[in-house]
Ligand binder design. Sequence first.
Ligand code: FES
Length: 390
Amino acid sequence: MANETIGWVEDLASYARVVYDWKALRRPGKGVDYLSAQYRDQVRRIVEALHPKRMKLRVAEVVEQTPSSKTLRMERVDGSFPPFRAGQYVNLYVTIDGVLTSRPYSISSLPGEQALDLTVRDRQGGFVAPHLISQIEAGAELESSGPAGSFYYEPLIDGKDLVFIAGGSGVTPIYSMLRSLLGSDNGFKLNLIYGSRTPNDVIFGKELKKLAQEHKNLKYKLVISDPPKGFRGAKGLLDAALLKKAVGKVAGKTFYVCGPNAMYDLVLPALAELGVPQHKIKRELYGPPDDVTKQPGWPKAIKRNRKFNVTIGGKTFKASAVEPLINSLERNGVVVPALCRSGECSACRTKLISGKVYMPPDIGVRSTDIDFGYIHACVAYPISDIKVKI
Ligand code: FES
């Protein structure tokens, strides 16, 4: 057995022992001293193994999925992969032209595999994806966060009748979820509706088709929005009419939606029109808005070309009003802790000392954060000169 596996088993055994003995905490003087340095160290090692803050990765293989997307298959260099739920993501750190930044990528491999697959799609105006697609080859070393995110199947709440709606590269966490569900239980009724611009852009196309052929409880519908001449499959957009036809009755079903922000603008109102209650829709976040000036409440007086002074730790630089603050901080050498880069996880919580920022109204900033003057730098846009502190 490899040393790291032995370590892992020992850690789990220690964890089991600690859990078994926990009642001792209520019997002063009788139980184990859990506050001793030895136990604190043991607990720290277990927590780090289960929830590593950082993982060192090596690219074992690069698999071309489509002309614009690749899967980076990674192995972990500094330990085993921690457990994760199918549908979660890791935040990948990269340095591009001297700028240390990060982006979250959904895991498309299965929990338990000793390889982590991240499928990356190049997109216009992107910063990290084009770098990963064009520069990263087998052997490259990268770093990521541990697995994170809340887009996964929750057995106690979600039921067994599940509908997955994916757009573009939004299919990557769903590919992992479907395989995990199909591998675990036969009682699921699964329905995947996958929208892609062209047939060439379809990620995991053959694999999904094969899964649907092998599993009678998986329905798979591919919909192409910009079909080539002579295309014979389903065409169109993921609107209410199409979803109604593909899904049928919505009662009792849980919906998982993942895709570009433009897809949410279409799919979420469509699901509301079909009568799907909010609590039956799970939506993966997909980064900051494509165009913040179109968000509700954006101050119309602030034009796209406006720049404001950002002051942090005695240094001041100019930042665009329409770019997330985290990007300009990183470009100016400020490392901001981050995970989701979509406003949800709070990792990038930043104190706004003075000035004003705009944050879209539907992001998950806690009211207590707002009350105490914290912003989420990944979805905050300066609309005056500001002073911040990390
Ligand atoms: S990185 Fe998650 S809220 Fe900003």
